[in-house]
Design a protein around this ligand. Sequence first.
Ligand code: NAP
Length: 485
Amino acid sequence: MTRHVRVAIMGAGFSGLGVAIRLDKQGVDDFVVFEKASDVGGTWQANTYPGARCDVPSQLYSYSFALNPRWTHSFSTQPEIQQYIRDVVDEFGIRDRVVLNCEVLGARWNADAAHWKITTTQGEFTADFAVSAAGPLSAPNLPDIKGISSFEGAVFHSARWDHSAELAGKRVAVVGTGASAIQIIPGIADTVGQLTVFQRTAPWVLPRVGHKYTAVERFAYQRIPGWQRLVRTAIYWLRESFVIWQAKIPLLAAFVGLVARGKIFLEIRDKELRAKVTPKYRLGCKRMLISNDYYGALSRPNVDVVTDGIHEIRANSIVTEDGSELPVDAIVFATGFRIEDSPTYDLITGRDGRTVAEVFEAEGISAYRGTALANFPNVFVMMGPNTALAYTSAIFTIESQINYIADAIAQLTERGLRTVEVRGDVQHSYDVALQRKYEGTVWTTGGCDSWFKDSTGKIHTLWPDFSFRFYRTLKHFDLDAYETT
Ligand code: NAP
C-alpha cells in the first residue's frame, strides 16, 4: 500500500534531519526521512577512515539550536560528530520518522495528483513536498584507471573504508591529497609498512590552531549562560573575515600563502619533497586544508610522494606514466566525490519528464537560491548548486535553507496552495547575477582546477559572498518568484 506524507525528506545527514526537526517544531509532523544507511549521520556516518575529523571548528559545526557543550576538542573527530547527530535525533524526538536502510530508487512528479511519487527499497510513498538532502559528498568518485579490476589486494574509497582490510605492515597506496587524504595519511603512516602517496595537485595546508578542551572550558560551556554562544559568534565572524581575502581582495591570499610556505619550510627538511608539495596556484583557489601532522607523515622514511600520474593498475602493483612499477598490497582512493554528476540527480524526475541530471546537462547546473529548480514543483534541494562555503561551516548554509523551506511550506499551507515552482526567468537571472560575483576572485583567477568549477570554468558549487548574505537571502520565502496553483 502506498503511504502518503506531507513532506518526504531524502537523507538523514545534517541537512535532512535539520529540516525534519524544524518541520516538527512548526507542527508539520507528517513527514518521513529516508536513509539508505543503517544509521543517521550522512557523510559523518559514511566517512570512518582513520584520522577522520572536521576541519571546521566544533563550535560552528553544530546546529545553532543544539549547541554541544560536551565537545572534547576544538576540531571534533568523526565519532563525536556522529554521536552528536544521534543525540540530536533523540533529543528532538524525530527518530520514529526516520526510516533507516531505505534507499530512494526514484522520485517522480505526478502533475494530476500534484504530488511526488517516491519509490524506495521499502515500498512506495507519495508526498506533497520532497526535500532532496542526499548531500554533495555522498557518491564516491572512483577514477576509471586501466586495469583497476585486476588488482588482487584490498581496494576501497576513503568514504567506504574497509575496516576488515589488514594494512599493518603492508605496502599501501593512497591516491589523492585532498581533505580526506591529508587526514588518512598521518592516520596510517606509522602502522603500514610502506606508504606511497599519489599526488596530482599539491594542496595548500595551513596549521590547525586548535586544542583539546580542558575540564574548565567544558564546565564553562555547560554552566555559564551564553558563554558558548558568545565563543561561537566570535569564531563565526573570524571565519567570515576570510571572505575578504578569498573573494574581495584576492591579492591578500598571497600573504596567507606565506604562512603556508613557512609551514612547508619548517616541517619538511628534504628539499625535493618541499618542492613536490609546494602548490603552483594561489592559496584559496582550491579548498584550503588544515593539518599539523600531514607534512610530518610525508617526511617519514616509509612514505613516498609520487607525482607521476597513474598509467595502469596491475594485480599487485601500480604503474606510473613514466613506466615505473610500484608493488602495492592495498589501494585507498581518497579521490573525492561526484559533485557535478551526482547520481542523486538521476533519481528526481520533474514536470516535463526530465530528470535533474538531464536538465543540468541541457541547461547547465543552477538552482534558485541553491534550493529551488524550475521544472521541479514542490521540491527543495539541500546544499544545491552554489551553496558550499569555502571558509566556514556548512551547517550555516543548511540552517539558512531550512528557514527558507519551512517558511515556504508555512506560506503555502496558509494560502491553501497546492503547487509551487520557481519561474525559469527568475532562476536564470539569479544565476547570471551570481556568476558575475566570481569574476576576479581567487577561485577563478588563482590558476587551479578544482571541484569548485566545471570543465567550462563555471562555478556551480561555491557561494561567492559572506555567508550572512546567504542567510539573509533565504530568511523568508519569496512567493512572487514562483508559479503557484
Ligand atoms: P577532494 O578534496 O576532491 O580531493 C580529491 C583528491 O583526489 C585530490 O587530491 C584530487 O587531485 C585527487 N584525485 C581525484 N581524481 C584523481 C585521479 N583520477 N587521479 C589522481 N588523483 C585524483 O576529496 P576529499 O579529500 O574526499 O574531500 C572532499 C570534500 O569533503 C572536501 O572538499 C571537504 O568539503 C569535505 N571534507 C571535509 C572534511 C572536514 O574535515 N570537514 C574532511 C574530509 C573531506 P586534484 O586536486 O588534482 O583534483
